[in-house]
Write a protein that binds this ligand. Structure first.
Ligand code: GLU
Length: 499
């Protein structure tokens, strides 16, 4: 038996600041897509790490091989990449503490278990599933906490050896010292557990596989994680995980538990609310900048009023001190509005890149359109909430689609023939045929015709684009070119003359 010091009466994890020597991690279980709640956890860890120059590690917690899905790992990696979340160590980024997937770390868990066993910090448990179920039933009827009775705790070496010789395959349980476990949670403040409420939990199953509440702290310890920032749903496991790290002789990380993410109706965000997988937002024309902005605000509020922030601004301002304790709301409408703000404000080359990423899957034909950069340059400012609006604004300029109903109604108004005639005359003379010149030319028309701007420009817009809502009129006309613009005005004028 290894001689280890007696466990302290109070086991405490303190809230230490993140510094350049800190190590943070994101540890998703790849059971499906990357949920926005998990993405928020990844983002907060990443922001803190990058802000303070700390290390950020991605660890794939694929302990549950039955629920495991190989494509889910690829999906998580791609979603994180899309959000601009990179890692210093993890899949594709080898480091000293790898490998970075639980499924490849069986020997690490086995060594940790062997160490705890020989240090008498863990013991074999021979209880059958039936015995344990009966214990739980009894505890329930007696109104006690359903924790392990400790039946196998004090078996002698001889008794253990005899059972093993008789062919029993024991589980391994952590010997939980009698202590108060205290967390100075970086988000929630002080949280305490009494070890008696937790009992001796199984760390290795009879088949030799580690349990989740063993693999997780063993890895945090082995990877020298200094700060664990994760969802509040994991808080109940923290006491057990701290006990494992302490038993291994490790330094406890600081913990912070983030509020749950709810939908606008106050219920836990799920498929019921619509999209909650990161990749769904991408296909819906949301840009990563907006989703990052929104995720940052789900549970955190910056100082000051400004809500529309670039990643760099968020990183400069982010602190755990301003993370809320109460459940956070993921508001789709706010996301849409942030999305419009980001798309309109981004530099043109970035907008084009985001647009191309979106169109690649959504509209391959438009994606390959040679004049896409030109279209993007003047449609960008017209995007209200989503890149999904782009094809509807661009297509009428690439082909004559005929007027929509609303446009047809505008074109049917009494002033249309003379407006279109004046517009044709104006456009046929302008030199050079550039946006400022066309704009200045068109601006003369309302007064010359004695019409309001709206009454004058609406028929021109409808004639040129077939739509009542279009990109900038002068930009659209210059994009079409003089001949095509005159042809469209002519065609609309002829149609408006027909009874
Ligand atoms: N693997 C856990 C999850 O995906 C997270 C564990 C942790 O962060 O400690 O919910």
């Amino acid at each position: 038996m290894i001689d280890t010091p007696a466990p302290p009466v109070v086991l405490e994890s303190t809230a230490r600041p993140v510094t350049s020597t800190s190590r943070l991690r994101f540890a998703p279980s790849p059971t499906g897509f990357l949920h926005v709640g998990a993405a928020r956890t990844a983002l907060y860890n990443h922001l803190l790490a990058r802000r303070h120059g700390a290390a950020f590690i991605l660890r794939i917690e694929d302990t549950d091989r039955e629920r495991h899905d190989d494509s889910a790992v690829a999906q998580i990696i791609s979603a994180l990449g899309w959000l601009g979340i990179d890692w210093d160590e993890g899949p594709g980024a080898p480091g000293p503490d790898g490998p970075y997937a639980c499924s490849a770390r069986a020997d690490v868990y086995a060594a940790a278990a062997a160490h705890l066993l020989s240090a008498a910090r863990a013991y074999p448990c021979f209880c059958s599933a039936e015995q344990l179920a009966a214990d739980r039933e009894l505890a329930k009827t007696e109104g006690r906490a359903q924790v392990y009775s400790g039946r196998c705790r004090n078996l002698t070496e001889a008794e253990r050896a005899a059972r093993i010789a008789a062919g029993a395959a024991p589980a391994l349980r952590l010997l939980m010292p009698s202590q108060t476990i205290r967390i100075q949670d970086m988000v929630r403040g002080e949280v305490t557990f009494e070890s008696a409420q937790l009992g001796d939990h199984i760390i290795v199953r009879p088949d030799g596989t580690p349990t989740y509440n063993f693999a997780n702290p063993v890895d945090d310890h082995a990877m020298r994680i200094s700060h664990v920032l994760r969802g509040e749903d994991l808080l109940p496991s923290t006491g057990r995980q701290m006990a494992v790290i302490a038993a291994l002789g490790g330094q406890l990380p600081s913990y912070g538990h983030l509020p749950m993410v709810n939908g606008a109706d106050g219920r836990k965000l799920s498929k019921r609310h619509g999209d909650c997988a990161v990749e769904d937002f991408q296909t819906r024309g949301i840009c990563a900048e907006a989703l990052v902005n929104q995720l940052a605000l789900v549970g955190w509020s910056p100082e000051g009023e400004e809500q529309v922030m670039t990643r760099a601004e968020i990183q400069d301002r982010f602190s755990l001190g301003r993370v809320h304790r109460s459940a956070a709301v993921f508001d789709e409408r706010k996301l849409a509005s942030l999305n419009g703000d980001h798309l309109r404000a981004m530099p043109a080359p970035l907008f084009l890149e985001r647009l191309r990423d979106y169109l690649r899957a959504a509209d391959a034909e438009l994606h390959d359109e040679p004049r896409l950069p030109e279209l993007a340059s003047f449609i960008q400012e017209k995007i209200g909430r989503s890149l999904e609006e782009f094809p509807g604004l661009a297509r009428p300029l690439l082909a004559r689609l005929g007027p929509e109903d609303k446009a047809a109604a505008v074109l049917g108004s009494a002033d249309t023939p003379r407006v279109l005639a004046a517009a044709r005359e104006c456009l046929s003379e302008l030199m050079p045929f550039t946006v400022p010149v066309v704009e200045a030319g068109l601006r003369q028309l309302p007064e010359a015709l004695g019409l309001s701007m709206r009454k004058c420009f609406a028929p021109i817009r409808c004639a040129v684009s077939g739509r009542v809502v279009s990109p900038g009129l002068a930009e659209s006309i210059v994009f079409l070119g003089r001949d095509e613009s005159l042809a469209r005005l002519g065609a609309a004028a002829r149609a408006s003359h027909q009874p």
